[in-house]
Structures are given as structure tokens and as C-alpha cells.
Design a protein around this ligand. Structure first.
Ligand SMILES: C[S@@+](CC[C@H](N)C(=O)[O-])C[C@H]1O[C@@H](n2cnc3c(N)ncnc32)[C@H](O)[C@@H]1O
Length: 384
């Protein structure tokens, strides 16, 4: 380690203790890593958004308590003022550590990280495994340059590359573990190819905003297979250029439609994300959700769905009325998903599993891969 001011170490140790008390961190190795990695050096500045939506940058040095806490620190935004969107961050340390524990990373293993960002997670890995075992890629060349400079100043030298993580990093394969800190609509088979047999990948599979969860898959011969994690998490969407894909656009809900009532909860993306995930089997790609607010209280009164083909649906959150218009029954798709979920016994995430095969097929199952309750996810390219 380089000579850095020592003030921060008590904060880092307290963070490690907090993560252990909360149950996120279980092993002494990760406790030592969290205690030893100077997050403030890897995240010297971060952005915060005020209630008017304005972003301002602040130096983290004066906010060590905040830096060494389970808080995401936004570190890069798109340039499209005034609607700047986060494109990089230092993920919440509690989530990072939970993922490392779930992946069961062991000494001696080689790990590929997709989404270097600030390099904080790469530093945790490098502290634990040694620089020569850690490989990390980011699509942002500027992010990689900054991470490299800051990591080396803090005494860490993992292998970093500015490439599209959808392709993995074949040059240094095979890896024992792949950890992705951005979400993907489909798991790239390139990752399976670069995993040692028995190796594992942990990635946030999201078909649309909020529609999916972290899934922990093992390479088992010709397939990747495993279960979703019990706790829900959300990562930034993998991008293939400067701008983030599927930002939730403002819904286009106008004109009149057919009204009826529904028993399906009006905002599944918030309340029952599994239902929202299953709804993606029927919803047209690009369907987005939103809310209409009461003008006086600014509380959501309706939730809205709209699809690229102009179809829309509006659901009264208090009375369960649905109004739908257009070619595609958007709320019908959500009701279908809710029925599927209820018929399956209202399972929680960890009862759901996923099998990915080389042809790109993603098959979802309940409890066991050969269960009679299975769904084929619509084919989508891993890199869009
Ligand atoms: C939540 S941040 C990563 C946090 C990071 N692991 C850390 O510890 O700071 C997500 C990162 O994924 C990166 N990313 C997005 N699309 C990518 C792609 N196609 N390939 C590689 N990285 C990508 C973003 O640039 C961003 O830095």
C-alpha cells in the first residue's frame, strides 16, 4: 500500500464491522479487504442530485463517514444536460460484499469483473486474491484510465482493459469467477466460454428496468445454470456507447381507451418484481412504466404502461380500474404474469432458476431445472 493518510482506516474498519453485523459480510478475508481498501482514494469525487434534479459534484475527502457507508456513490454522468443520467458509480459496499460472498470467491482463483467503474471492487478482489488474479473491464476508456491511476496510487495493479464486457476478456481466460456490476438483458455465451468448468458467474439479469434480479450461474458442461438470489438488486444497464440504453422514457398515454377492473397489483415493478419480470415474456420490447401524480399532493394516483406500437394502459392505484388502448393488451400481459406467479405458489426469487445454453436460449424454472413449471424467455441479443 502507498502512504495515504491514516484517518480513513477507522472508518473502513467500522464499515467492515457494520457489513458483518448486517450479515452482508461473513468471511474474515472480506472483512480484512473492506478494512484495508481506501474507497475515498478510488472515489475522490462523486455526484449528488438535489430535489430539483440538478447534479453537483463534491469531494469525498470531507465526507469519510459517507464514503465508508453502504451508499452508492455516483461518479459519472452522461453529458446530455439537463437530463444527465448516471453511467458509472461505486456500487454500495454492502451489495458488493454480498455478491463476493455469494460467488464464493476463494484464494488462488482468477476473477473477471465486468464493469470496473471506480475500481473499488477490483481493489477488494486484488487485496484478497493478489493483482495477478484479477481482471476487470469497462466500456468507458476514460473510466479505465482513472481507475488505473487511482488503483496504482493505492497500491493495486489488477489487469484492466477498456473493452465491451459483453465479449468478456478472452485474452486471459479461463476464469474461475465472473462478476458483472452492470445488468444485462441476456447472459453472453462468451462468458460461459471463458469460465473454467465448474466456474460461476453472478450477474444482474434485467429484461427491462426492474424486470429481473441477480442470478448465480455455474458452468456445467454445455450450459450455465443456477438460481436467482433471495435479495433483489439493481445495477446500471450495460451500455455499448456513451448513452445508457432503455432509460424509462416518459409514457405516451393519451386519448380514450377501454375500461375495466383488475385484481393485479398496480405497480408490480415496485411491489412484485417477479411478476414484472414474468410480464416481459408477453410485453413488447421497449414497454416502459410510469406514474400520473395528483396535482395537489404529487402522490401517484395511476400507474401507466406504454409500448413502442402506441398501446398504453393506465391503472388506478386506489380502485384497480384499468384503461387500455392500442393493439397490444399491456395490462393483460401483466395479469397473465400475475396468474402464472400465483399458480406457481407465489414463489420468491430463490425458488426461480435459469438455464442458459450456447444457442442463447434462456429457460426459467421453478425449484428444479426439469420442473414442469418452466418458461422460455424471449430471445434477445446479449449486447444491444
Ligand atoms: C455500477 S458501475 C461499476 C461499479 C464498479 N464495479 C465499482 O466497484 O466501482 C457499472 C459500470 O459498468 C460499466 N459498463 C457499462 N456497460 C459496460 C460494458 N458493455 N462493458 C463493460 N463495462 C460496462 C459502466 O461504465 C460502469 O462503470
Amino acid at each position: 500500500m502507498s502512504t495515504v493518510d491514516t484517518d480513513w482506516t477507522s472508518y473502513a474498519e467500522r464499515l467492515a464491522d457494520t457489513l458483518r453485523e448486517r450479515g452482508d459480510l461473513r468471511s474474515p478475508e472480506w472483512h480484512r479487504a473492506v478494512s484495508a481498501v481506501p474507497r475515498h482514494l478510488l472515489v475522490p469525487t462523486a455526484f449528488e442530485q438535489d430535489s430539483a434534479g440538478e447534479w453537483t459534484e463534491f469531494a469525498t475527502a470531507g465526507h469519510l463517514k459517507r464514503v465508508y457507508s453502504p451508499e452508492t456513490l455516483i461518479t459519472a454522468l452522461t453529458n446530455d444536460k439537463p437530463h444527465r443520467t448516471p453511467i458509472s458509480s461505486s456500487t454500495k459496499p454492502d451489495l458488493m460484499v454480498r455478491m463476493l460472498e455469494t460467488l464464493d470467491v476463494r484464494n488462488g482463483q482468477r476473477v473477471l469483473e465486468i464493469g470496473t467503474g471506480t475500481g473499488y471492487n477490483a481493489a477488494l478482489l486484488a487485496y484478497r486474491l493478489g493483482d495477478d488474479k484479477v481482471f476487470s473491464v469497462d466500456v468507458g476508456a476514460d473510466l479505465i484510465d482513472l481507475a488505473r491511476t487511482r488503483l496504482s496510487a493505492a497500491g493495486f495493479f489488477p489487469t484492466l482493459r477498456a473493452v465491451d464486457g459483453a465479449d468478456g476478456l478472452p485474452e486471459f481466460a479461463p476464469y474461475d469467477r465472473i462478476i458483472a456490476t452492470c445488468s444485462v438483458p441476456a447472459v453472453p455465451w462468451a462468458w460461459a466460454d471463458q469460465l473454467a468448468d465448474g466456474g460461476a458467474v453472478l450477474v444482474d439479469l434485467k429484461r427491462a428496468i426492474s424486470a429481473g434480479n441477480l442470478v448465480h450461474l455455474r458452468r456445467n458442461g454445455d450450459r450455465l445454470e443456477g438460481r436467482f438470489t433471495a435479495r433483489w438488486a439493481a445495477f446500471m444497464t450495460m451500455r455499448h456507447s456513451e448513452n445508457p440504453p432503455h432509460a424509462n422514457q416518459a409514457d405516451r398515454v393519451s386519448g380514450s381507451g377501454q375500461s375495466r377492473s383488475t385484481n393485479t397489483p398496480g405497480k408490480p415493478w415496485n411491489d412484485v418484481p417477479i411478476v414484472w419480470f414474468l410480464a416481459q415474456l408477453r410485453l413488447p420490447p421497449g414497454t416502459t412504466f410510469g406514474y400520473e401524480l395528483a396535482p395537489d399532493t404529487l402522490q401517484p394516483t395511476f400507474s401507466t404502461l406504454s409500448a413502442p406500437d402506441g398501446s398504453w394502459a393506465k391503472v388506478g392505484l386506489a380502485d384497480g380500474t384499468v384503461t387500455e388502448a392500442g393493439e397490444t393488451g399491456l395490462w393483460e400481459a401483466v395479469e397473465w404474469a400475475h396468474d402464472q406467479w400465483t399458480a406457481a405458489g407465489s414463489p420468491t426469487w430463490e425458488r426461480l432458476g435459469l438455464t442458459v445454453t450456447q444457442d442463447g436460449r434462456h429457460r426459467l424454472w421453478l425449484d428444479q431445472p426439469d420442473s414442469s413449471t418452466r418458461w422460455n424467455l424471449p430471445d434477445v441479443p446479449a449486447a444491444r
